[in-house]
Design a protein around this ligand. Structure first.
Ligand SMILES: Nc1ncnc2c1ncn2[C@@H]1O[C@H](COP(=O)(O)OP(=O)(O)OP(=O)(O)O)[C@@H](O)[C@H]1O
Length: 580
């Protein structure tokens, strides 16, 4: 919670205003019973209507001031809470953006969403309560106690008794409900996770007819959350009526003992009436504090979850003094004895990988699934850092270079094409918002996307749905290739980016790429031999090790793994034909 208090302290002026107003409000509340006592003792007993009306007017004005203060406090409390949660949300968002893949692997996406939304809402509700009650309740409670004791010490014992009972009851509630309250956020995480998987995997779920299984999975998560919430709410539901009951019993006891004292002429009726109101104020103050202290642990769990995100040190960070590439940038990429193990993984995924991808050349990487092709790309993009060895670009270790600078030199097409909601134009300008439309058109041309873009009535303004669900897999790939090409980067990475293209488009695209991006270094990961066989250099990976390096012809002669892959996809005659 201390982290949250730091955020709140930015708005100390509003908090101070609220505290001043709360003080005035509490003072107003505390003086009202005195006037009530005067009305009874002087006005009612002496049948003095004018006194009753005058005092009534004063009470009305005091009530009005109290109400105005209360409204203003509500305004300040909401302002502090809303601004604090806005700051928290943007800091969490910014932090998450700085995460490398390692941190994403640690927190699930569902959990990060719950932390940014639901957890911060919990804190926001607590802040509103805290600003309103944390100062008000003690002022009211202490003020009420002073007034009650000074009006009747003997009746004050009733209040002490009642507070002891309430205190024990609250401890009971605390012990019973707290463990469940703390579980709620984790259960929301779980429900989010199942919902996300269900919505994202809807097609697979339908294809495999697993709706029933998924419904059961969802119901289980939903039921657990509902039951926990129900339990907590039931406990909270019995809390208020029980408290009211205790308060009413206290009032009855005050009236009973008070009546006896009135008959003995120890106190007058007005004092007893005022005392009753003080008792209500003291008990209410106690109730307000208890409700707040019950809310605090749940919000503390949320605050802790947010702190975990904010305190997470990204495993990949730029060095204090980073290098910048100059205008003589040489886009040669060199892997020098690179080995890599995933943070949560066991054993090397890449072992002693060394090769150089030269400018003006296409370097292809091929190998069986899971052999480490995408890992090579992930390391080059610095989504992860190498465990051993070095990756050099322009002769500089990429760990010494500013990450933004590094990535500005690379046009990257990921294995899974990702488009953003908007339209085709906004997705292509995503790479460079200052690009010219001619450049955009050229990129679309190279990516073989022009034909399908222009077949749409809105052409470049054709809408793209969230996740690019309203275009085909091949069209999505072409748009994401075009987006990378808009950058006019000195290095291009295509991570299995042609897999959804038909062979003809694949061929045309590669030809256009070669003629238009001739000066760049191209790294091409592929599963299809047809896609890479004309590359200047082919790296063959097998279980994270390089087992072959050379041109298609050379590898067909001297690399068994490559030959097996090639022959499993095409006949020898076809392969020879393709090369001619
Ligand atoms: N985030 C991760 N954490 C732990 N292990 C991982 C992670 N990502 C990949 N791996 C493992 O690393 C190995 C190499 O994965 P990689 O994605 O590089 O293979 P690939 O050759 O690109 O496969 P494909 O052709 O199927 O895309 C695999 O065994 C995979 O299970």
């Amino acid at each position: 919670m201390d982290r949250v208090f730091k955020y709140i302290s930015r708005y100390w002026v509003f908090v101070l205003m609220a505290v001043i107003l709360l003080f005035i409000q509490a003072m107003c509340e505390l003086t009202l019973p005195d006037y009530m006592s005067d009305i009874i003792n002087t006005g009612v007993i002496n049948s003095d209507i004018n006194f009753i009306l005058d005092t009534g007017k004063k009470m009305l004005i005091i009530s009005l001031i109290g109400t105005l203060c209360s409204i203003s406090v509500g305004y300040f409390a909401s302002r502090v809470a809303a601004r604090t949660s806005r700051d928290l949300r943007s800091d969490v968002f910014r932090k998450v953006q700085s995460f490398s893949n390692e941190e994403f692997d640690k927190f699930s996406t569902a959990s990060l969403i719950t932390r940014t939304t639901n957890d911060i809402t919990q804190i926001q509700s607590l802040i509103v309560m805290m600003v309103r009650l944390l100062f008000y309740a003690p002022i009211l409670g202490i003020g009420g106690t002073i007034k009650a004791v000074s009006s009747s010490l003997s009746l004050s014992r009733m209040i002490v008794l009642s507070l002891i009972v309430i205190f024990m009851f609250i401890i009971f509630i605390f012990v019973v409900a707290m463990p469940k309250m703390k579980m709620v956020q984790t259960l929301i995480d779980r429900l989010n996770l199942v919902s996300r998987e269900n919505l994202e995997g809807m097609l697979v779920i339908r294809a495999f007819n697993t709706q029933k299984f998924e419904a059961e999975r969802f119901n289980k998560a939903n039921k657990e959350l509902t039951n926990t919430n129900l339990f907590v709410n039931r406990v909270m539901t019995i809390m208020m009526p029980t408290m009211t009951l205790i308060m009413n019993i206290t009032i009855v006891l005050i009236v009973w003992f008070g009546a006896k004292q009135i008959s003995k002429l120890d106190i007058d009726i007005g004092t007893m009436m005022a005392f009753m109101q003080y008792a209500i104020q003291i008990i209410s103050a106690f109730l307000m504090l208890s409700v707040m202290f019950i809310m605090i642990p749940r919000a503390a769990v949320s605050a802790n979850r947010i702190k975990e995100v904010l305190d997470m040190k990204p495993s990949i960070r730029d060095k204090k003094h980073t290098l910048i590439y100059d205008e003589n940038f040489d886009p040669d990429v060199e892997f020098k004895n690179v080995s890599f193990t995933y943070p949560e993984g066991k054993g090397h995924v890449l072992e002693n990988v060394s090769f150089t991808a030269k400018k003006h050349q296409t370097t292809a990487i091929i190998g069986a699934t899971g052999c480490g092709k995408s890992t090579v790309i992930n390391l080059l993009m610095r989504f992860y850092d190498v465990s051993d060895g070095q990756i050099l670009i322009d002769g500089k270790d990429i760990r010494d270079v500013d990450r933004q600078e590094l990535r500005s030199k690379i046009g990257y097409v990921p294995q899974k094409s990702i488009l953003f909601s908007g339209n085709i134009r906004s997705n292509l300008y995503y790479a460079d918002k200052n690009s010219t439309f001619e450049n955009i058109q050229k990129a679309a041309d190279i990516a073989q996307a022009t034909e399908f873009i222009e077949s749409k009535p809105e052409t470049y303004d054709a809408p793209i749905a969230q996740g690019g669900t309203n275009v085909s897999g091949g069209q999505k790939q072409r748009l994401s290739i075009a987006r990378a090409l808009v950058k006019n980067a000195p290095i291009y990475i295509f991570d299995d980016s042609f897999s959804a293209l038909d062979l003809n488009t694949d061929k045309k695209l590669r030809a256009a790429l070669k003629s238009e991006t001739g000066d760049s270094t191209i790294l091409l990961v592929a599963q299809r031999v047809g896609t890479i066989m004309n590359a200047d250099q082919i790296i063959v990976l097998d279980k994270g090790r390089i087992v072959g390096k050379g041109t298609h012809k050379e590898l067909m002669k001297n690399c068994m793994v490559y030959r097996e892959i090639a022959l499993s996809q095409m006949s020898k005659e076809e392969l020879d034909q393709c090369l001619e």
